[in-house]
Design a protein around this ligand. Structure first.
Ligand code: KIV
Length: 264
């Protein structure tokens, strides 16, 4: 059955919720078939798929293109599209228009955006206009120039700020909140204090759910693997071996064999 933001929200307090990213149709189809209830088309695809060195280069067109590809492969999971840098920061009118394109043109079910209490007004407006929102606090990669890729929420003031951010975003109507790279006790305290699921990445086991970037967990993107990634398969290595075997087969005329060949 197709997952809705309300049904996803209702998963809080039940079993831990597994979620993943995806950026193309066949992969999204496999993730969906594995029963993963939410697929994020994360702007991390800028690095893992498009070869940029941060998410700052990812555009609205890139994200619409990949979101549409994912949506075409999914029957049941909730498809959440990441709003890229500079598509929601300038003003709320532009943000609503851009967010709407993900639902209208790309088949997304919801959008995700980064930021804390300062985004609460925008989240409220999106939700009031029928655009479900997943929030994202802690390490927010679109602020890399300001914050770096550092664990966030360390120290009393920073922890207090993250708690207030989560509360404000939940009150504004976000149906879930991503907590990225923050101390596990803080993530657990936030999880216990908000009525919506928290989805952790580098935030410990006390969150309501977890998310991993698919290319990281499959060992396809190996340029940099953060501490919080568990690598479930070494597909990058298997792919390299397959390419080498293929090259050797072609060079030695082992491929194509008679079974790959049309006769007359
Ligand atoms: O872009 C992304 O993949 C994300 C996840 C890390 C949550 O935002």
């Amino acid at each position: 059955m197709k997952m809705t933001p309300a049904a996803f929200r209702a998963l809080k307090g039940k079993e831990p919720i597994p979620t993943l990213t995806a950026s193309d149709t066949p992969t999204a189809r496999l993730v969906d078939a594995a029963g993963i209830p939410l697929i994020l088309v994360g702007d991390s695809l800028g690095m893992t798929v498009l070869g940029f060195d941060s998410t700052l280069s990812v555009t609205l067109d890139h994200m619409l293109h990949h979101t549409a590809a994912v949506a075409r492969g999914v029957k049941n999971a909730l498809v959440v599209a990441d709003m890229p840098f500079m598509t929601y920061q300038v003003n709320d009118d532009e943000a609503v228009r851009n967010a709407g394109r993900f639902l209208q043109e790309a088949g997304a079910d919801a959008v995700k955006l980064e930021g804390g209490a300062e985004r609460a007004g925008l989240v409220k407006r999106l939700v009031q206009n029928g655009i479900p929102v997943m929030a994202h606090i802690g390490l927010t990669p679109q602020s890399v120039k300001e914050l770096g890729y550092k664990v966030q929420g360390r120290g009393d003031a920073a922890a207090e700020k993250m708690k207030n951010d989560a509360k404000a975003l939940a009150e504004a109507g976000a149906f879930a909140i991503v907590l990225e790279a923050c101390p596990a006790p803080l993530a657990q305290a936030i999880t216990e204090s908000v009525p919506v699921p928290t989805i952790g990445i580098g935030a410990g086991a006390g969150c309501d759910g977890q998310i991993l970037v698919l290319n990281d967990m499959l060992g396809i993107f190996t340029e940099f693997t953060p501490k919080f990634v568990k690598v479930y398969a070494r597909l990058g290595e298997q792919m390299r071996q397959a390419f080498e075997q293929y090259a050797q087969d072609v060079r030695t005329r082992a491929f194509p064999a008679p079974e790959h060949t049309y006769k007359d």
